[in-house]
Structures are given as C-alpha cells and as structure tokens.
Design a protein. Structure first.
Length: 134
C-alpha cells in the first residue's frame, strides 16, 4: 500500500527462524557487539529504501541499576545512531525488556547497521524484519 510492504507473519512457517533459514529473524540473541552491518538483501528487494524492524532488548542487571540497548544505524552510517531501543532494570538480578518497531534507511545493497550496548548487566538483542518501504 503506497510503497509499503509488511510481511504477513502468520503466513511464514518459521517467523522466529533466521532469515537465512527462510524466517524473519535478522539478529538472534546478540550480546555486547560493536556496530555491525545488518544485511537484509535476502528478504528485501533492490528498490526498497527503508526497512521496518522490530527491535527487542532483554537486560539482566548485575549492579544497582542496569541499562541495555540495541542501537540501529541508517544505511552505512557508522557514527550516528538513528534509533535506540533501551531497557533499564533497577536492582541486582532485576530483569527488563523493551521492544519497539523502528524504520531505518538502507544502502543500495539492503544493508543497515546495529550494535548492542550494556551497563551494569547483560543485554541480549533480537531484531526481526517486519517489512520495507520504497
């Protein structure tokens, strides 16, 4: 609709399976990783310019206050974070989770970037592909 395509998740057999295995999961349980290229070319056509993603971060705090985040970068940008999904947990052993739908620009090769950061805890991130825009 108007240059926007959303995947019908109920029509995909392995939604939580990795993209390489015909699923929609682009990143599965990434922990403390610096900016990394995220190649979506297996699921997004060449004429698409923006990816629609569901980014989720799970944090287990080990100190008094913990923070974990999945950071998303537009296209080939390596310095400026475009979108942040953050979880904060208060108290040692506390757990926090946050999920958000975000849109990021892609390179002509259907690549954007992500990183996972953590402070006073351990963060794990999942990124699912929801669709794309022209």
């Amino acid at each position: 609709l108007n240059g926007r395509c959303l995947y019908r998740r109920s029509a995909i057999a392995s939604v939580a399976g990795l993209i390489a295995a015909n699923g929609l999961r682009a990143v599965d349980g990434a922990v403390a990783v610096a900016r990394t290229a995220l190649d979506l070319s297996d699921r997004i056509p060449l004429h698409a310019r923006r990816a629609i993603l569901s980014a989720s971060v799970l944090l287990g705090a080990s100190g008094s206050n913990g923070t974990g985040a999945v950071n998303l970068y537009d296209a080939a940008d390596t310095t400026s974070i475009a979108r942040v999904v953050e979880a904060k947990a208060e108290g040692s052993g506390a757990i926090a989770r946050n999920t958000a739908t975000v849109e990021v620009l892609l390179t002509s090769a259907q690549v954007c970037g992500y990183s996972v950061t953590q402070s006073a805890g351990t963060a794990a991130a999942d990124i699912d592909l929801l669709g794309w825009e022209e």
